[in-house]
Structures are given as C-alpha cells and as structure tokens.
Design a protein around this ligand. Structure first.
Ligand code: FPP
Ligand code: MG
Ligand code: MG
Length: 330
C-alpha cells in the first residue's frame, strides 16, 4: 500500500520537477536593488503549498503522454510552473495591502514588515520579471492566455469590492468573481502547458476545464476554512471575509434560512453586530455543508473532464489532487 501511495502522491510525483523552482525564481529576481530583491523573494521560501506548480507540471506530463506518448516535461512547460507561482505570489503581495493582512504563511506579511508601498512595488517587480520569463517562451498564444490571468485577477478583486443589489444575481456574481480571482490562474496555466505540449483546441479545453473546476473548488474550500479554521492552522488570519465586508458562498447559502442577512450583505456588514450575526447564521445554517458540496461537484467535474486523457500516473495524481483540495485544512 505504501508503494502505491507513493506513486500516487501528487506532491511526491511532482517533486523532482520542482526541486529548483524557488532557486530559479530567486535567481530570476536578482537585482542591484538588494532591498527590492529581498522583499520580492520573501515568500519564495518553500513554506507555501505550491499547488499551482504541482498541478501545472502534472498536467503537462499527463498531456504529453496523451499527445506524444512520452511524459517528459518540456523546458517551457516548467517555465509556466515558475511564472504561475510568481503571478500568484505577486497577487498575494498586493492582496495583503488591500486586505490589510498582517500575517501570511505563519509569518509577518510583507506589508507589515516592509510597509504598503514596498509591498505594492515588490509585487509589481515580481510581475515584471514573470513577464520576461513568459516572453522568452516565445509563444504568442501562451502569452495571451497568461496575460488574461492578470486582467482576471484585477477584475476579480474589483468585483469583490461591491455587493450586488439584486439577490438573484449574487451567486452567479460570486462564482464569476471566484473564477477570476482564483481559478483563472490555474485554468490558464493548465491551458498554457497544453498549448506547449501540442494540444489541439479541444484538448486545451480539457486542460482548462480541469484547472477551472479545481480552482473554483479550491476557493470554495478557502471560503469554508475562513469560517472554521483557526488563524494558527491557516498561517493567516481567519474569519476575515466578513470583517472585510465580503459575503462568500457560506453566507449566500445561509441567506435562504436567514433572509435578514440580505440587508447586511448589501451594507457589507458595516454596522455593529453585523459580523457576529452573520457568523452565527452561517454556523446555524447548512451554508458550510452546501459550500463543501458545491466544491465536491466541481472536483467531480474536474475528474470527469480528465476522461479524455490517456492513462498515466500523472493523470491519477491529478485525480488525487481533487481530494487534497477538498480535505485540506490550510
Ligand atoms: C487572495 O484572496 C488573493 C487573490 C487570490 C488574488 C489577489 C489579486 C489582486 C490583488 C489583483 C492584482 C494582482 C495582480 C498580480 C495583477 P483572499 O484575500 O481571499 O485570500 P487570503 O486569505 O489568502 O488573503
Ligand atoms: Mg483578498
Ligand atoms: Mg487576503
């Protein structure tokens, strides 16, 4: 059983490909401005989950096996794994400014340690260097696909700033936002390695849809964890969404049982007692279970689209990842 586990563990299977990921990223971020380099490298310390690079290289190998019966990883596909982690990290530096978050991955956030201005600029710098790596891949379609991610990230954050007046539109607005702020990066990274591996339009869609569904599930679980996890286990503050005025899936589901929540969502939990009331409602409703159920549906859909790919260890690992996404505790 141990041997079987080892071959199927997504983390173990991707590990050899990602051994130098942080070393290479830190090398790319080298610059004469030592403070800038240090701040930009701050989160490339091996403490993150590295879920995006893991998915990216596993998808690349599963796809290559399908298209050309070898599962070697192409050099440019590994570049995508790097660019993906860099875009993600840049977005965290900006996110912690927007959310005024003091802790990330169990240590002081960049914004707490170095201030907001440096956090914003270091995020910009990581993006700038990632753009160069992306351009060097020299594939316009891949560039377009990953540039779309940047636009989606910003749009997703903007969508989160407002609350929809119309109650019926709220859930689709939330899902749309969730795709943009979280799933777009994973979906488009999967598509990019597909393009580089020679996938046709239809296979690219398989890659994309796997990433999209896993990405949405990932964020749904994140939104559940915000209500149930402790700051300690997450390595970042918990119960922050409501305090930031953000109504995520658990609250939207809780509205069915507690319609009083609608007014609070509209005013973004800004009045005294709103946050506590909404928190209690979520725990007294089936909002958390419903959110998990929806995450599970997206994972099943992710597994279903993989049917199109030939059998490989990496494909099995991509299936196993959906379980990890659902049952993660940080
Ligand atoms: C974390 O969400 C943040 C994101 C997934 C995306 C943030 C995107 C931006 C700030 C847009 C600009 C960035 C770029 C790179 C163009 P969260 O706050 O819900 O999660 P957390 O609990 O980890 O902070
Ligand atoms: Mg945020
Ligand atoms: Mg945040």
């Amino acid at each position: 059983a141990d041997a079987a586990d080892a071959t199927l563990s997504p983390h173990k299977l991707a590990e050899p490909d990602l051994l130098n990921l942080f070393i290479d990223i830190r090398k790319a971020l080298k610059c004469p401005e030592v403070d800038l380099e240090d701040i930009a490298c701050y989160y490339f310390d091996g403490q993150g989950k590295v879920i995006r690079p893991i998915i990216t290289v596993l998808m690349a190998r599963a796809l290559n096996q399908h298209v050309s019966q070898h599962h070697r990883l192409l050099r440019n596909q590994l570049e995508i794994a790097k660019v993906t982690e860099m875009i993600h990290t840049a977005s965290l530096l900006h996110d912690d400014v927007l959310d005024m978050a003091d802790i990330r991955r169990g240590k002081p956030s960049v914004t707490l340690r170095f201030g907001q201005r440096k956090s914003v600029m270091a995020g910009d710098y990581i993006l700038a260097v990632a753009s160069t790596l992306l351009a060097r891949i020299n594939n316009p379609q891949v560039t377009i696909v990953l540039a779309q991610v940047l636009a989606d990230l910003v749009q997703g954050e903007f969508m989160q700033l407002g609350s929809k007046e119309n109650e019926n539109e709220r859930f689709s607005h939330y899902l749309d936002k969730t795709f943009k702020k979280t799933a777009s990066l994973i979906a488009h990274s999967c598509q990019a390695v597909g393009i580089l591996g020679g996938a046709d339009e239809q296979l690219q869609q398989v890659c994309f849809q796997y990433g999209r569904n896993v990405g949405i599930a990932f964020q749904l679980v994140d939104d559940v964890l915000d209500f149930v996890a402790s700051a300690n286990s997450m390595g970042k503050p918990a119960s922050v969404d409501l305090k930031l005025g953000i109504a995520t899936a658990p609250v939207l589901f809780a509205c069915e049982k507690f319609p009083e929540l609608n007014a609070m969502i509209l005013r973004r939990f800004s009045e005294p007692g709103d946050v506590t009331f909404a928190f209690e409602c979520v725990h007294r409703s089936d909002g958390l279970q419903q959110t998990k159920l929806l995450a599970r549906k997206h994972c099943l859909e992710a597994i279903r689209v993989l049917d199109a790919l030939a059998h490989s260890q990496e494909k099995m690992a991509l299936i196993a990842i959906t379980d990890k996404v659902l049952n993660r505790i940080r």
